[in-house]
Design a protein around this ligand. Structure first.
Ligand code: T46
Length: 156
């Protein structure tokens, strides 16, 4: 991870991974369950946008990009998914399969999504409005920018 990872205002059950962290949001269980998150109270940024991904065909892989500015939290609210993270130096895979657990994706974190189950629903909270210019979809370009940032960070 290049530089400090933004922390959560309230410390909910946090599991560090090599490149990020997975954290828990409140879950109320009665005759079903209800999970919720309040902007900066439960997430590492104020949310400007959400989107969700579902009905992904077997074997499909998505993502394959990083963002210049946008930070995100991914919740697999149904089914299971594997998130591949890559900061230009290290690569790791994290499985998400609990509705109240979110993984934080910092800016400049290359990510890929794979192993969608038939019923996977992925809910994403984002810190910015959609802007295609914010995407880096070429891995070589990403790697060059990431490594320059890493070099600058080490010089400080
Ligand atoms: C990400 C991962 C986790 C919009 O017009 N508005 C939006 O807010 C979003 C998210 C997408 N789009 C359009 C852009 C493309 O024409 O929807 C189309 C599919 O997007 P994309 O191919 O980028 O989808 P994924 O699943 O590869 O990536 C998505 C998000 O785009 C991305 O930001 O981090 O999920």
């Amino acid at each position: 991870m290049k530089g400090p990872i933004p922390t959560l205002k309230e410390q909910h059950d946090i599991t560090k991974t090599k490149l990020s962290y997975v954290f828990t949001i409140p879950k109320i269980e009665d005759e079903g369950f209800l999970c919720f998150a309040e902007g900066k109270n439960h997430l590492p940024f104020d949310v400007k946008r959400f989107y969700y991904i579902a009905d992904v065909i077997k074997g499909a892989r998505r993502g394959f990009h990083a963002h210049h500015k946008t930070r995100q939290v991914l919740f697999c609210i149904k089914g299971s998914i594997t998130i591949v993270l890559d900061d230009g130096q290290y690569r790791e895979k994290v499985v998400l399969n609990e509705s109240n657990k979110g993984i934080f994706l910092d800016r400049m974190m290359w990510h890929e999504m794979e192993d969608f189950t038939k019923d996977t629903v992925l809910l994403v909270a984002a810190s910015e409005y959609y802007d295609e210019k914010d995407y880096i979809r070429d891995y070589q370009e990403f790697s060059m920018i990431a490594n320059k940032r890493w070099y600058r960070y080490q010089q400080k």
